[in-house]
Design a binder for this molecule. Structure first.
Ligand code: HDE
Length: 703
């Protein structure tokens, strides 16, 4: 007969003399190993608070007998586990987030009554979630995609959610079209792929039949859609909103977030390789920066304009496929957001956070942008299905940090215990029941709407679909234009239906003939298809340098990561001098070696941050190599070492290399240019490492 033990966490509780040893065996020695781990551990309990004696063994009839239904501890644990997943967001499923604060530096007094925008120096807690759009929650961080940029401000007057993207315009003009757009970009329903990619027939079929998407397509094909880091993206509220002052007067506003570290993107080959190197590249980058005290920061800027000014714009400010060039309405910086705290729990906070563009506070109001109007409905609806109860606002991450009272009651997962008899209004039975407040409450702007016609009517002023697409493309540097053309070639080369490809190129001809030719060439088209016919003439708008990435921000190593390749016998002093110089310039430094531990020339043993094969150069912004010639020779036969340099070079990164590395550089076809320097002194490296070496890009040679 098998020996019987209680299998509890304390072996002493056994009634059998031989039990202590046997109990440990049965528990897989978990108790012993746990004791070695040490620490003060609170007793584990059920959800009801009953202390659990054994968390390793089910309750059975005899040591080898059947498990008993009576085992409420097992059933509770498994039942909870079975229900651990909630429906993921239908869009923006993959995201990462952090806590922080917003500090107002330039109050908008007289323009809005919202305290968050008028009390100078006040710090408002925020939670910011940044996401990709198309892929599921388990997809990768670095596909070509728009990034969601959602900020929840826990203001003293209620929660204000600014739920935007890293691109200032959107694909469509009307909410009615959103499900079609998303169905087209998501994996195709019959084959279930591709995941997190727009390079497939259904997306481009839809786009080719939706000229209003052309402007956003230019942005989505630009390097904005393959950011280097979440910390280096811009954010935009996209829609025009209203700010309302104490007299009830309205000013239109567009919101912009601008990263302190400057805008930076990857190049496409790097983004592709990052998908293999580190699926979690962006969330790890954000986590590590916050842990290191390098808190990401953005400026909040606004574009303010009146109804009369809007009437003079050469486009409609209510059309979300249009932006207002900074040259037309300058940006006014009003505050900054700092993200300084990683969430304690991914699910409870990042997953359960429920954003909603309808969450505004008194002094902020909506415009009639038809896309925004549809969003005002959608988000509450989606949270009901995703979070399963109208009480989702009571979850700690969603609850306002100011007092809140109303007569809404009951429902699944009611976590409050309201007191008293009164849950209605008007009421007279209790002196403390909540009442509406005309003086301080939210007031909608008293807009006059003179158009008497009800109908499904797209305004004529929304008809120009190409002018801003052209302006965006023509405002780019030649390198950025080259990247847009190759991105479109890449995407269309994956499209099987020839007519779809032709339709897309026919739109490109309207945007810019040079772009269409470049794409046609890349696709091997012998003749370009006929140009599409715009419904209204395309306007040539002035170039807007603010639309570029290259040259927009100053060169810097701040917030970047430098990788140093070392091996047995490397010169530790040289490593230290590069580390110090890079850190002084604001970068993080990581060591990489063929083995996890190496000894330097002076005998110092070091544990490096990454093993060579698992830490390709794509995860760094610039690289240094300090090797003994013998080690260089060995590594010249290692494909991981050769591609370390070949990739760094072709991804336009600065390289500092010692003479021992030259043999690998030769195999990697690294040509000597201003971005490839020696290691005698870190200064020349620091000078070039704060940017990419654009002159290496073939497109830089074009006029
Ligand atoms: Fe969203 N969008 N969206 N969207 N959106 C959602 O809400 C929707 C749109 C954006 O980190 C969903 O909570 C409709 C524009 C972000 O949790 C859903 C329309 C912009 C996030 C939804 C739009 C956005 C979402 C899915 C057309 C940029 C992630 C889960 C009318 C201004 C927020 C959820 C987070 C999420 C609907 C268009 C940004 C289904 C119907 C335009 C950043 O409600």
């Amino acid at each position: 007969m098998a020996k019987r033990t209680q299998g509890g966490s304390s072996a002493k509780s056994s009634t059998n003399m031989s039990a202590p040893k046997d109990a440990e065996t049965r528990r897989g020695n978990a108790g012993e190993l746990q004791q070695q781990a040490g620490g003060e551990h609170p007793p584990m309990t059920t959800q009801q608070g009953t202390v659990i004696s054994d968390n390793q063994n089910s309750l059975t009839q005899g040591a080898k007998g059947p498990t008993l239904l009576e085992d409420f501890i097992l059933r509770e644990k498994i039942t909870h586990f079975d229900h651990e997943r909630i429906p993921e967001r239908i869009v923006h499923a993959r995201g990462t987030a952090a806590h922080g604060y917003f500090e107002l530096t330039d109050p908008l007094k007289g323009i809005t009554t919202a305290k968050v925008l008028t009390e100078k120096g006040a710090r408002t807690p925020v939670f910011c979630r940044i996401s990709t759009v198309a892929g599921g929650a388990g997809s990768v961080d670095t596909p070509r995609d728009v990034r969601g940029f959602a900020v929840k401000f826990y203001t003293q007057e209620g929660n204000w959610d600014l739920v935007g993207n890293n691109i200032p315009v959107f694909f469509i003009q009307d909410a009615m079209k959103f499900p079609d757009l998303i169905h087209a970009v998501k994996m195709e329903p019959d084959r279930g792929y591709p995941q997190a990619a727009s390079a497939h027939d259904t997306f481009w079929d839809y786009i080719s039949l939706t000229p209003e998407a052309m402007h956003m397509v230019m942005w989505a094909m630009s390097d904005r859609a393959i950011p280097r880091s979440i910390r280096m993206i811009e954010g935009f509220g996209i829609h025009t909103f209203r700010l309302i002052n104490a007299k009830g007067e309205s000013t239109f506003v567009k919101f912009h977030w601008r990263p302190k570290l400057g805008l930076q993107s990857t190049v496409w080959d790097e983004a592709v390789k990052l998908q293999c190197a580190d699926n979690d590249f962006h969330r790890r980058d954000l986590f590590e920066a916050i842990q290191a005290g390098q808190y990401p920061e953005w400026e909040l800027a606004v574009q303010l304009f009146s109804e009369e000014e809007a009437a003079g714009f050469p486009f409609d400010h209510l059309d979300p496929t249009k932006l207002i060039p900074e040259e037309l309405v300058p940006l006014r910086t009003i505050g900054r957001m700092v993200l300084d705290r990683w969430p304690d729990n991914f699910f409870a906070e990042t997953e359960q956070v429920a954003f909603c563009p309808a969450n505004v506070v008194p002094g902020i109001d909506f415009s009639n942008d038809p896309l925004l109007q549809g969003r005002l409905f959608s988000y509450l609806d989606t949270q009901l299905s995703r979070l399963g109860s109208p009480n989702f606002a009571q979850l700690p991450i969603n609850a306002p940090k100011c007092p809140f009272h109303n007569n809404q009651r009951d429902g699944h997962m009611q976590m409050q215990v309201p007191k008293g008899r009164v849950a209605y209004e008007p009421s007279s039975l209790e002196g403390n029941s909540p009442r509406a407040s005309a003086a301080t409450g939210f007031q909608s702007f008293a807009e006059r709407i003179d158009d008497p016609a009800k109908g499904r009517i797209r305004p004529e002023s929304f008809a120009d679909h190409y002018s801003q697409a052209r302006q965006f493309y023509r405002s780019q540097t030649p390198v950025e234009q080259g990247h847009i053309a190759s991105a479109i070639v890449f995407e269309l080369s994956k499209v099987e239906t020839a007519e779809v490809v032709e339709r897309v190129v026919s739109h490109l001809r309207v945007i810019d003939e040079g772009l269409a030719k470049e794409v046609g060439k890349g696709l091997g088209m012998s003749k370009l298809p006929k140009a599409a016919k715009p419904t209204v003439p395309v306007q040539d708008m002035p170039d807007s340098p603010a639309l570029r990435i290259i040259g927009k921000a100053k060169d810097t190593l701040e917030g970047r990561v430098v990788g140093i390749l070392v091996a047995e016998g490397s010169n530790g002093k040289a490593v230290e001098s590069f580390r110090k110089a890079a850190e002084k310039a604001g970068a993080m430094v990581k060591l990489v070696a063929p083995t996890k531990r190496v000894s330097f020339k002076d005998g110092t043993e070091v544990t490096v941050d990454g093993q060579l094969a698992g830490t390709p150069s794509v995860v760094f912004d610039a690289v240094v190599s300090i090797l003994m010639p013998k080690e260089g020779e060995k590594l010249a036969d290692d494909p991981a070492a050769v591609s370390w340099f070949s990739d760094a070079y072709h991804h336009l990164k600065a390289i500092a290399a010692c003479p021992g590395t030259q043999i690998i550089l030769e195999r990697a076809h690294v040509k000597h240019d201003d971005g490839v320097v020696g290691i005698d002194d870190p200064k020349p490296f620091i000078k070039v490492a704060g940017t990419r070496q654009w002159s290496r890009d073939p497109a830089s040679k074009k006029k």
